[in-house]
Design a protein around this ligand. Structure first.
Ligand SMILES: Cc1ncc(COP(=O)(O)O)c(C=O)c1O
Length: 380
């Protein structure tokens, strides 16, 4: 099956009891056994649920994986990866990860004896140089949140294989419509399904996908032991959103390209970062490994923070909001919103200045989005 067909069909069969074309919401905590030791494949919803099972099968197939394990949030998925490790283990991680990821690493998981080294993963030599005897995982985000750094996944895959280290990729910004990290040697692909996959700002969720049977068994064990599972209704809403993933990503990419080009030519904008612009430092890698550049743009304004605030407060169509990857265009100030808990000196060291503005371009008409940005930029 081609990807666009998989989005609509993979893992989805008519409901066995009624023939319903849409998998029902099995909103139940438990299941009645026919007799002692004889169930119908489900015994308790923390462990498994028919609606969740359909979502897991669909998401796994979209990313070219055999197994999917869904969680109540992207962060619960990240945390579940970390539960594979033990005190004394070391992780090498992209330096520009989502602020919630560095927060859980630096303030919670360090207390359990894990250690982390952050590297500019766009430079694969930096990744290899950071490996230690006790390194158990290379964790890559591509493109990163919010600076949109792109990593050469194939190069990192070879390093991970050479050193026998597990390789995980947070592919939230790319989605399987544009990039499938397992094809580049990743052992684990992770998504915050809150974003493009569900696509309508309607749920919080996460998923881990793998081809490795023993990793899948461990993820399922962690899922049922910890219980950070999505509700059946959230799984159903995610499945509904997924049906239009291909169509939405196409529009997100087209709109973002047009808006990035408009911003790059604007005299009030100092810098624009978008993987689809030839000025992006990893444009050639992005072009090679992604089939589109997604909908995220970062920019700095002439006039820094004050100018950025005028823009963010001045938009009327775009929504000033956390999150990304939904049908609505959202504008965000990473320094006070998504990355507020990253210490200021650390933020600035990685180029995340107070003046940075992030745009998650939605699927509205691009001309309307540009008109809104234009009227807000006039106030700057
Ligand atoms: C790249 C990335 N990974 C992980 C997460 C965490 O996902 P969630 O908010 O669903 O817990 C986010 C959230 O913004 C993100 O942008």
């Amino acid at each position: 099956m081609k990807f666009d067909t998989k989005v609509v069909r993979s893992g989805i069969a008519p409901d066995p009891t009624t023939g319903a074309i849409v998998p029902p919401v099995y909103q139940t905590a438990t299941y009645v056994l026919e007799e002692v030791g004889k169930d119908k494949g489900f015994d308790y919803t923390r462990a498994s649920n028919p609606t969740r099972a359909v979502l897991e099968a669909n998401l796994a197939d979209l990313d070219g994986g055999k197994y999917g394990t869904c969680f109540a949030s992207g962060m619960a998925a990240v945390d579940s990866v970390m539960k594979l490790f033990k005190s004394g283990d070391h992780i090498v991680c992209s330096d520009d990860v989502y602020g919630g990821v560095s927060r859980i690493y630096n303030t919670l998981l360090v207390n359990y004896g894990l250690s982390f080294t952050y590297v500019n993963s766009s430079n694969s030599q930096e990744v290899e140089d950071a490996l230690q005897e006790n390194t158990k995982l290379i964790w890559i985000e591509t493109p990163t949140n919010p600076l949109l750094k792109v990593t050469d996944l194939d190069a990192i895959g070879k390093i991970a294989k050479k050193h026998g280290v597990l390789y995980g990729v947070d592919s939230t910004f790319s989605t399987p419509a544009l990039l499938r990290p397992l094809e580049y040697g990743a052992d684990i692909t992770m998504h915050s399904t809150t974003k493009y996959l569900s696509g309508h700002n309607q749920i919080i969720g996460g998923v881990l996908i793998t081809n490795d049977e023993s990793l899948n068994e461990r993820f399922k064990y962690i899922q049922k032991s910890v219980g950070a599972v999505p509700s059946p209704f959230d799984c159903w809403l995610t499945l509904l959103g997924l049906k239009t993933l291909s169509l939405r990503m196409q529009r997100h990419c087209e709109n973002a390209q047009a808006i990035a080009e408009y911003l790059e030519a604007h005299n009030k904008i100092a810098s624009v970062t978008y993987p689809g612009l030839p000025s992006h430092p990893q444009y050639s890698i992005a072009k090679e490994q992604m089939s589109g550049y997604s909908g995220m743009i970062s920019m700095g304004l002439n006039g820094g923070l004050a100018a950025g605030k005028t823009l963010m407060n001045g938009v009327t169509l775009c929504s000033l909001a956390e999150s990304l990857g939904a049908v609505e265009t959202m504008i965000t100030h990473p320094a006070t919103m998504t990355h507020a808990e990253v210490p200021k000196d650390e933020r600035e060291a990685r180029g995340l200045t107070d003046g940075l503005v992030r745009l998650s371009v939605g699927i509205e008409d691009a001309e309307d989005i540009i008109k809104d940005l234009e009227q807000a930029l006039e106030k700057v």
